[in-house]
Design a binder for this molecule. Structure first.
Ligand SMILES: C[S@@+](CC[C@H](N)C(=O)[O-])C[C@H]1O[C@@H](n2cnc3c(N)ncnc32)[C@H](O)[C@@H]1O
Length: 296
């Protein structure tokens, strides 16, 4: 099996790679290179709940020891660590556009020997064509302005016959109980900010269309839910979004989308926190899942 890192001589030295990457978190409000949620405390805390079992169950039956795997937009790499253990001794690489989050991933400990983290843009992956057996993305396509281009890039670095996998939340289909003005404002804000950046916060619905446009075959679309309580407590989930919605770094994007004032956001955040304290609070977040093959 070819070494996935051999294609890029700088891959052995992630710091060198970080230095040449176009994006840094200082550019986070460049609409062409923006990760909507940023990597603040609330985001990182929420991502730490994620595991291969709770975030890519659709992919797990197809994994086996020895497969090489690329996780694009890996964030701090909690899912990636699990995937690396499942395919060891296969080589696994987690890449993310954010140098900050890759530093955190590298410093986060408990990194299996077969896993490397690198800074890289999905549109400019530093790997030869046909390098990996499996390429996976989790919650990345709804943050980019060209999902077909992103899956095409995943296809390029995946071997003929290899697997491309993705999972995205559908921000348009979330539901909650009891009724909450806080969640209503939150949903309006997140949909508007996403669309205003040229992203599709509902790309989860059309993963099959995206995969076909990117030239993949044997396309399978599935779905799954994250529910609260369950994935996390309703209180933690509400708190996480209340913090993100009132993060001063996020406000320029909300202002650009023209959907809410700072006062409305503060009221919505307070209402979300009250909602999260209710014993009957329930939130469901549907996800679209994709499995597809690179043509032989
Ligand atoms: C919602 S987070 C998901 C992180 C991880 N996959 C998980 O599920 O915990 C989306 C990640 O995609 C990264 N991202 C956004 N645009 C990207 C791009 N063009 N290339 C690579 N990564 C990108 C962001 O920096 C962010 O860490």
């Amino acid at each position: 099996m070819p070494d996935p890192l051999a294609a890029n001589p700088k891959a052995a030295d992630p710091v060198a790679l970080i230095c040449e990457v176009r994006h840094t978190d200082d550019l986070r409000f460049d609409p062409m290179h923006h990760y909507t949620h940023g990597h603040g405390r609330a985001v990182l805390r929420a991502h730490r709940n994620r595991s291969a079992a709770n975030s890519c169950a659709h992919l797990l039956p197809l994994l086996q020891p020895g497969l090489s795997l690329l996780d694009i937009g890996c964030g701090e790499g909690w899912i990636t660590r699990d995937l690396a253990r499942l395919v060891a001794p296969g080589q696994v690489v987690g890449v993310d556009l954010s140098a900050k989050v890759i530093h955190l991933a590298q410093a986060g400990g408990d990194i299996p020997d077969n896993l490397t983290f690198l800074v890289a843009d999905v549109y400019d992956l530093p790997f030869d064509a046909a390098t990996f057996d499996v390429t996976h993305l989790h919650q990345v396509l709804h943050h980019v302005d060209d999902p077909v281009g992103a899956i095409r890039a995943a296809r390029r670095v995946t071997k003929p016959g290899g697997l491309v996998s993705d999972r995205e939340g559908d921000y348009g289909a979330v539901t909650w109980y009891p009724p909450s003005r806080g969640w209503e404002v939150w949903q309006k804000v997140y949909l508007a900010v996403g669309y205003n950046l040229g992203n599709d916060p509902r790309v989860a619905l059309r993963l099959g269309e995206v995969a076909a446009a990117a030239g993949l075959v044997d396309i399978v679309q599935q779905s799954s839910l994250w529910t609260y309580p369950g994935f996390a407590t309703a209180a933690d989930y509400a708190e996480s979004w209340a913090e993100r919605m009132t993060d001063p770094d996020f406000f320029p994007l909300i202002r650009a989308a023209g959907v809410a004032t700072k006062g409305e956001l503060a009221m919505a955040a307070a209402e979300l926190r009250r909602w999260g304290q209710r014993p009957d609070a329930f939130f469901a977040f549907p996800h679209g899942e994709l499995l597809a093959r690179v043509p032989d």
